[in-house]
Ligand binder design. Sequence first.
Ligand SMILES: Cc1cc2nc3c(=O)[nH]c(=O)nc-3n(C[C@H](O)[C@H](O)[C@H](O)COP(=O)(O)O)c2cc1C
Length: 207
Amino acid sequence: MKVLMLNGSSNMKGNTFCALSYIGEQLQKEGIEYEIFQIGGAPVRDCIGCGRCGESGCVFTDDKVNAFVAKAKEADGFIFGTPVYYAHPSGRVLSFLDRVFYSSGNVFAYKPGASVAVARRAGTTASFDVMNKYFGISQMPVAGTTYWNVIHGMRPGEVESDGEGIQTMRNLAKNMAWMMKCFEKGREAGIALPDTEKTVRTNFIRS
Ligand SMILES: Cc1cc2nc3c(=O)[nH]c(=O)nc-3n(C[C@H](O)[C@H](O)[C@H](O)COP(=O)(O)O)c2cc1C
């Protein structure tokens, strides 16, 4: 089984990457593979709501959104990391994930997810809340840990000094691994996926 992670910072070896690496090291100890997918520093387009992505993925092919969706199809769990910018997730991670989720159909459903927010000091739980919104609407069970999924550091590598944050990351990995193993056993035992009702969209229109 494999967890696909997303580094929502343009710093490829910054604190968000370190936080995801702590999780990855623990996942490996639990017998689960991982990959950290880098958004990188190149421009990331925002969703323009054209609605054409249902056919063959996002219409914009000059960044890594469609490549991430291709990898997500093969993954069994997800962890999205973001640095905190002005008390919210990075603009690039939100632009990226809006397009990933809007263009990918059912790719994420029934697979566990978790997010991680990294900051010097404040805005972590607000960012964590925003990131978690992707999971609920996509029928993804959310893995928790022993605090909210946050860790602190300013300059690259400073998260190394946040002992509790690192422990929180390790416990998140253990809980995620446990959930994935339970789901696998459930599949092997023939427990069917939920018989999800087709959504009747009402859009709150009043006449
Ligand atoms: C534009 C910008 C805004 C930031 N806003 C906040 C903030 O609101 N709260 C905070 O504690 N840190 C803030 N920071 C600091 C980063 O969250 C922190 O340096 C983080 O470790 C960066 O992660 P990275 O190394 O993965 O890029 C900000 C940094 C930048 C560049």
